[in-house]
Structures are given as structure tokens and as C-alpha cells.
Write a protein that binds this ligand. Structure first.
Ligand code: NAP
Length: 490
């Protein structure tokens, strides 16, 4: 048997997708792998987001890697801190530490047609060379700081939830929280009990599904899972299967969707008795259209005597508070921006230059675009993990990242066997995929008339509109008809 070539691989990002890719590559016998992570630790969003009350609204027994099940989650819905510890633990347990370079920000990646290799530069001025680059840079990464007149003039602390200051003391102060997505709802619930006053500035109310998010994982279940890895595998498989119901609910307008929507409406009706407040909290779009918010505490928090919902548009921030368009000045000591992320930026601000000197910014001038979430025409030997159209609203992210990584590993295996030096997805295949995505978006709930971070500037919905089976089919094996292979010197 001929010796296999050993490619140099750079994975950019050590969050969920980067860890999944690294583990998959290790399993595939790849040894020359570098993971560049600009943060001071692994975990991606779970490293950057540390705001009070951060909890994952996906059950922990599902929100984990298939290859690294954890028996002893302390809660059914784990805290951000526990999830962050889990990621660190997985990296150590799977022996990925040696590949990891923390505090290493990649600023540029340039493809060389002659050698079919990538040259990467870091913020520290280093140069790395790679045969393959895997961008695992995440979606919810760049904090969105809204342009509000006077925001700079505020004399107290202004903090974005994704860059929380652990030294910030909000107890006994008047806190203004702007934003009512999953983050805003969680942080309002967490800060309200200790705040002197909590004002929640809500431009668009969200539907909120009630769930007992604080419930502990039963100790006998933990003991059972510890004793029986087989049982844990079955539990994970069942959780994946059950999550298919969620995918079905958002993808198809069936009675199942209507049942979940009815539950969202009844969650509001049953918990908010004050008719006027209930009206203010009632969204003007269908439940599930935006990323669904889940909480067991928000309605209680916002109806507390020290809390106030402010629905009037914000006109300006003053040195001492927030003025709404009706002229009311709301005095606050601290402003919390729970205003989300500049989604769809993916690998930016990295400068990525592909074949023939074409930049990613040029290639994506019309919005992010990738074949089956992972390959971009014009960018040979570069893949994305949890890239454009990833199922952030329907299917397990860990599952999707692992599946994509195994797909990428198959291409790399072909390279190792000398089948090609460069592989590049065709424009035609990418267009066909985009058309199929556009057509399948029709009946999804995301397309029922709300605005959300799922939408790109061009108005496309940047999600996965198919079920898990279809994802497995699409990423089961490389389809030669969709790629051009280049063998140097031939
Ligand atoms: P988000 O869902 O994008 O919400 C941002 C909020 O800020 C919205 O309410 C938005 O109002 C408001 N906003 C933005 N600019 C504003 C402005 N200029 N004036 C007033 N309001 C403004 O962001 P997020 O809450 O951080 O959540 C992002 C995603 O992170 C979630 O959807 C979820 O996928 C993930 N997440 C998950 C968990 C979890 O438990 N798993 C927890 C937190 C976050 P409009 O709606 O009117 O635009």
C-alpha cells in the first residue's frame, strides 16, 4: 500500500464546530492539525458569553457532542458556565490540547494556485501554511451595538451581554436592559431580583415558551448513565430523534406547529394577568417565527413591583438615562445591551483571498453562500463547519458539526491518497443548492412575516430548511459531479 500523504490542516475557531472538526480529524488519523483560537479559552459562544442567568435552552443531554456524552449534567438545561467547563473538558479528554493555539487570531488567509496551499497570517505577525483550512468561526460572534443617539454620553456603565464585565455590580442599582431575544429575557430574569429597578426596553416583544429551566437532572438518572454508557447512547439517540419533532414543527405548517404556537400563546395568557401588560407583551407575528425564546421566569420577573416594560421606541440615551420617543426620560445607572449579534459575518473581519486573488468579500457581496453549509466556489481546499445555512433554528448544532466534519474528512482522505491537490465546489452546484434552499423555505415558520437575525441583508433566510435525514444524505459522501479536482503538474 502506498504511503498516505499527511496534510497540514488549520482549523480556525475552537468553539462547538472547531472542537467537532478537530476530534473527527484525530479519529481519521490526521496528525498535522493546528487549531487557531483568538480567545483565551475554547468554547466559542460559551467562552465569550458570561452574562448573569446564561442558560442553554436546549436540554443538556442533547446539547453535547455525540462522541463525548456527559452523564452528570447538573441541570436538565445547563448553565453557560457548566457548558463552558464541558468544552474545556472535552478538549482535554479527547487529547486536542496539543493542537490548540489560544490567543491566536488569524487575520488573513491567502490561497496560492501554483502550490494549492493556503498561507495564513496571525495578528501576532506569524505565518502558517496549510493544505486545508476549516473555518469554524461561528454565527453568533460579533456583538451588535446599536446606533442610538447619545449612547456614548451615558456616564454609567454600558455593557453588551456578549462581553459581560464580571466586576459589574448591578444589585441595588437601576438597570436598563435593551433587547428581548433569548439573551434579554434571561438577563432580565437574572438581574431583576437584586436590582433597585429594572426597565426592559422592548422594541418587539417575543413569544416565550414556558419551561422549568432550573430543574435539576435527577440523581438516579445521573447514576444510571454513569454506569451504563449504552443507555447514555440510547438516550442521546432518542433526544436527537425527539429534536426531529422540533424541525418538523418549524418546517411544516401542520397541527403540530399550531399546537406549539397555542402553547406559546397560553404561556403568556396564564402568566400575565394584567390585560394591558399582556397586550404590550403580545407579538404581532406568529410564535416560532423568530428564534423561539424559552423561559420559566421572565413573565414573573417583568411583573415584579420593581420591573417595568418599556415598549416605546428609544429616542436617545442621555448622560443619566434613556429617553423614549414620547418624551419620557427613564433614569438608569447601568445600560445592558442585549441587542444580539451581527450574524452572517461568519469569517469576517478575516481577509480571505481565494483562487485568482478573489476575496471572500467579493464572493459574498450578495450575502453568505456555501454549498451544503461547507464549500465555497473560488475557495479551494477551504471548508466551513457550521457555515452559511447551518440549522441554528432546528437541528442539533453538535450533530451538524460532526456530520460536516466527517464529510470534510472524506475529502481530505482522497487528498491523502493523491487523488487531487485542490478541490473546489462548482458555481453550478452551489447555485442549485441555494435554489433548493430558497424553495424549501416557503412553508417554514421563519417565512411567516417577522424580522429576525435569521435574515440576511438581502432578505434571505440563512437557515437549514430540510430535515435531519436530508442533511445526512447531503453530507454522507462527496459528490464528484459537484466539484472540480486539480492535480498539480497534470
Ligand atoms: P437577538 O435574538 O438578535 O435579539 C436582539 C434584541 O435586541 C431584539 O429584541 C432586538 O429587537 C433588540 N434590538 C436590536 N437593536 C435594537 C435597537 N437599536 N433598539 C432596540 N432594540 C434593539 O439576540 P440575542 O437575544 O442575543 O439572541 C441571539 C441568539 O443567541 C438567540 O436567538 C439564540 O439562538 C442564541 N441564544 C441562545 C441562548 C440559549 O439559551 N440557547 C441564550 C441566549 C442566546 P427586534 O426584535 O425588534 O430586532
Amino acid at each position: 500500500m502506498t504511503d498516505l500523504r499527511q496534510p497540514r490542516i488549520v482549523i480556525i475557531g475552537a468553539g462547538v464546530a472547531g472542537i467537532a472538526a478537530a476530534h473527527t480529524f484525530k479519529q481519521a488519523g490526521l496528525t498535522d492539525v493546528t487549531i487557531c483560537e483568538k480567545g483565551t479559552d475554547v468554547g466559542g459562544v460559551w467562552h465569550w458569553n458570561r452574562y448573569p442567568g446564561l442558560t442553554c435552552d436546549v436540554p443538556s443531554q442533547l446539547y453535547q457532542f455525540g462522541f463525548a456524552p456527559k452523564a452528570d449534567w447538573s441541570r436538565v438545561w445547563a448553565s453557560g458556565e457548566e457548558i463552558q467547563r464541558y468544552h474545556r473538558d472535552v478538549v482535554e479528554r479527547c487529547g486536542l490540547d496539543g493542537w490548540l493555539r489560544l490567543g491566536t487570531e488569524v487575520t488573513d488567509a491567502v490561497y496560492d494556485d501554483e502550490s494549492a496551499t493556503w498561507t495564513l497570517s496571525t495578528a501576532a505577525g506569524e505565518t502558517l501554511h496549510a493544505d486545508f483550512v476549516v473555518c469554524a468561526t461561528g454565527v453568533l460572534h460579533h456583538p451588535h451595538v446599536p446606533r442610538i443617539d447619545g449612547l456614548d454620553s451615558f456616564t454609567g456603565p454600558v455593557v453588551h451581554t456578549a462581553r459581560w464585565d464580571p466586576g459589574l455590580e448591578t444589585g441595588g442599582t437601576r438597570v436598563g436592559v435593551i433587547g428581548s431575544g433569548s439573551t434579554g429575557v434571561q438577563i432580565v430574569s437574572a438581574l431583576q431580583p437584586q436590582a433597585a429597578r429594572l426597565l426592559h426596553f422592548t422594541r418587539s416583544p417575543q413569544w416565550i415558551l414556558w419551561a422549568p429551566m432550573g430543574v435539576r437532572q435527577p440523581a438516579p438518572l445521573t447514576a444510571l448513565l454513569r454506569r451504563s454508557p449504552g443507555l447514555q447512547r440510547r438516550l442521546y439517540a432518542s433526544a436527537l430523534w425527539a429534536s426531529g419533532i422540533l424541525a418538523d414543527v418549524v418546517l411544516q405548517p401542520t397541527w403540530r406547529r399550531r399546537a406549539v404556537q397555542a402553547y406559546a400563546r397560553s404561556s403568556l395568557r396564564r402568566q400575565v394577568r394584567d390585560r394591558r401588560l399582556r397586550e404590550e407583551l403580545t407579538p404581532d407575528y406568529e410564535p416560532l417565527c423568530k428564534r423561539q425564546v424559552v423561559s420559566g421566569t421572565y413573565y414573573r420577573a417583568i411583573t415584579a413591583p420593581n420591573a417595568q416594560l418599556v415598549t416605546g421606541p428609544i429616542a436617545e440615551v442621555t448622560p443619566t438615562g434613556i429617553r423614549t420617543a414620547d418624551g419620557t426620560h427613564h433614569e438608569v445607572d447601568v445600560i445592558v445591551l442585549a441587542t444580539g449579534f451581527r450574524t452572517h459575518e461568519y469569517m469576517r473581519p478575516m481577509r480571505i483571498t481565494g483562487r485568482d486573488g478573489r476575496s471572500l468579500d467579493e464572493a459574498w457581496a450578495g450575502g453568505p453562500r456555501a454549498y451544503r453549509m461547507t464549500a465555497i466556489p473560488g475557495f479551494p481546499n477551504l471548508f466551513t463547519a457550521l457555515g452559511p445555512n447551518s440549522p441554528t433554528g432546528s437541528i442539533s448544532l453538535q450533530f451538524s458539526a460532526e456530520l460536516t466534519s466527517r464529510y470534510i474528512a472524506q475529502w481530505i482522505e482522497r487528498w491523502r491518497r493523491g487523488q487531487f491537490d485542490a478541490i473546489e465546489v462548482t458555481e453550478k452546484a452551489t447555485d442549485e443548492f441555494a435554489r433548493a434552499v430558497g424553495a424549501a423555505m416557503g412553508p417554514t415558520v421563519w417565512n411567516t412575516g417577522c424580522t429576525s437575525w435569521y435574515q440576511t441583508a438581502g432578505g434571505q433566510i440563512d437557515l437549514w430548511p430540510f430535515d435531519r435525514k436530508r442533511m445526512e444524505e447531503m453530507l454522507d459522501h462527496p459528490d464528484d459531479r459537484h466539484f472540480d479536482e486539480v492535480l498539480l503538474g497534470s
